[in-house]
Design a protein around this ligand. Structure first.
Ligand code: EPU
Length: 428
């Protein structure tokens, strides 16, 4: 991992030249949580289809530090041994940089009766408070000790099941309490739970491993606490990354001559597919494939409002904005999940897009306008990917700095895009 790397991209000036197959990797936001769930197991398990990305590497480091033994067992496969988890303190340097680290607090507190962690970091996409976590842990019987920027939670007699109402259906809070509930005493009910498919996928695997969980995929999840789980014979296979698949689909809509997106789950992309259809994009959906050919009409503007699943994912908002710069008419973006996730539109304007930020949640894009290559700095994972798309659509050369940010969530994106004809290369 070299933090000074950049991508050099020779833009295609809107020409549909990309051709071939893009194979979707396992979902970052599921694999990270399955790894966190290792703390619920007395023995260990195998995890498959793990994307080779920086956030996974950091999470593995965090878990090793806690005593989990993790070995690479083949391409995209790891074996975890969890019989010696003794450290209750999350490595502060790693946790501070990784929002997903917060999910470790639930199973760790439930298992050891204690957890210490710094305020978690991650992509800078607006305020990312942890009040829902602290309120929930208190309801589950933990005491909170705050020392400057660190927290220590204690429940020496174990957590006690409780009814938790999430004021917002937070993805990581749902996962954290789901895992805490698996080892808590008695019954935990999570109301207004998030519905994202990654939660259901990990939850179903925990059930197969012995956890007593009802209501996955609904807003009310009930967990009856039990002993540590056993994963001896039950591997977790990471479901396809719907955000990566959606980003590929947008790229194919913009520049595809004939692109097949493989190993994806089209059912998890309903909101994007619906919007793209409205905009005029033509594609064919197979069981685990989506195919786009070059004979596309001029796209028309569409309005997008981000929403918790099954609504339009906030993580696809920036890639979609690049598409909207190439659609005819005025599109309205309403980002309802995070404030601070529209800043990248100023950079998109530097590429030549007609973008206007109205306030922290709303923006307008007027298209179509040709884009021009620029030198830019990736501010976060999803906006970074959007800059790659903009640079490919543009005429002339672009340089995207801070590639580490993009490597956090997309495996070798440069090599995979190059394989379908994208003129992108990594430079030190
Ligand atoms: N919120 C609170 N208090 C809390 C926690 C969250 O007010 O204690 C608010 C947030 O400020 C936000 C809303 O709840 O307005 C929803 O945020 P959520 O907690 O659902 O986000 P998250 O769990 O931190 C996960 C993904 C994000 C993705 C969001 C929304 C992981 C590790 N991260 O974040 O993924 O954008 O859900 O779907 O699962 C990414 O992959 O690039 C990424 C940022």
């Amino acid at each position: 991992m070299i933090e000074t790397e950049s991508f050099q991209i020779e833009g295609l000036a809107g020409e549909r030249r990309l051709e071939g197959q893009l194979i979707v990797k396992g979902a970052k936001n599921a694999a990270l949580k399955a790894l966190a769930a290792s703390l619920l197991f007395k023995d260990g398990f195998e995890i498959h289809n793990v994307p080779a990305i920086e956030d996974i590497a950091r999470t593995i480091e965090l878990l090793r530090d806690l005593g989990v033994v993790i070995t690479a067992a083949g391409p995209a496969v790891f074996t975890l041994k969890t019989d010696r988890v003794e450290n209750y303190r999350l490595n502060p340097e790693i946790s501070k940089r990784l929002r997903a680290s917060i999910v470790l607090t639930g199973p760790l507190l439930a298992r050891l009766g204690r957890v210490a962690f710094p305020y978690p970091g991650g992509c800078v996409i607006g305020k990312r408070p942890i009040d829902i976590f602290l309120e929930g842990f208190t309801a589950l019987g933990a005491t909170i000790h705050e020392t400057g920027t660190d927290y220590e939670l204690r429940a020496p007699q174990g957590l006690i099941g409780a009814e938790l109402f999430l004021k917002t259906p937070s993805v990581t809070a749902t996962e954290t309490f789901l895992m805490a509930g698996v080892l808590a005493n008695g019954r935990t009910v999570i109301k207004n739970a998030a519905l994202e498919p990654e939660i259901e996928s990990v939850g179903q695997w925990l059930k197969k491993s012995g956890a007593k969980i009802e209501g996955l995929g609904t807003p009310t999840i009930t967990i009856i606490g039990s002993e540590l789980l056993s994963g001896a014979n039950i591997a977790y296979t990471t479901l396809p990354d719907r955000i990566e698949a959606g980003s590929f689909l947008i790229l194919a809509a913009l520049l595809g001559k004939d692109i097949e997106i493989k190993a994806c789950e089209p059912n998890h992309l309903d909101a994007l597919l619906h919007l793209l259809r409205l905009a005029g994009v033509k594609f064919e959906i197979g069981r685990q494939t989506i195919r786009l050919c070059g004979d596309q009409p001029t796209f028309t503007a569409v309005d997008v409002k981000t929403h918790e699943y099954p609504g339009f994912p906030t993580d696809l908002q920036a890639p979609l904005a690049v598409f909207l710069t190439q659609a005819r008419g005025q599109s309205f973006i309403f980002e309802t999940i995070f404030e601070g996730r529209l800043g990248y539109l100023e950079t998109l304007a530097r590429f030549g897009g007609n973008t206007r930020i109205l306030d922290a949640h709303r923006a307008i894009i007027e298209g179509p306008l040709p884009l021009i290559g620029r030198e830019v700095e990736s501010p976060d994972l999803r906006a970074g990917l959007a800059y790659i798309l903009a640079a490919l659509v543009a005429a002339g050369e672009s340089i995207v700095h801070n590639v580490y940010c993009i490597d956090r969530g997309y495996e070798r994106i440069d090599e995979r895009l190059k394989a379908v004809g994208a003129p992108i290369r990594r430079a030190a």
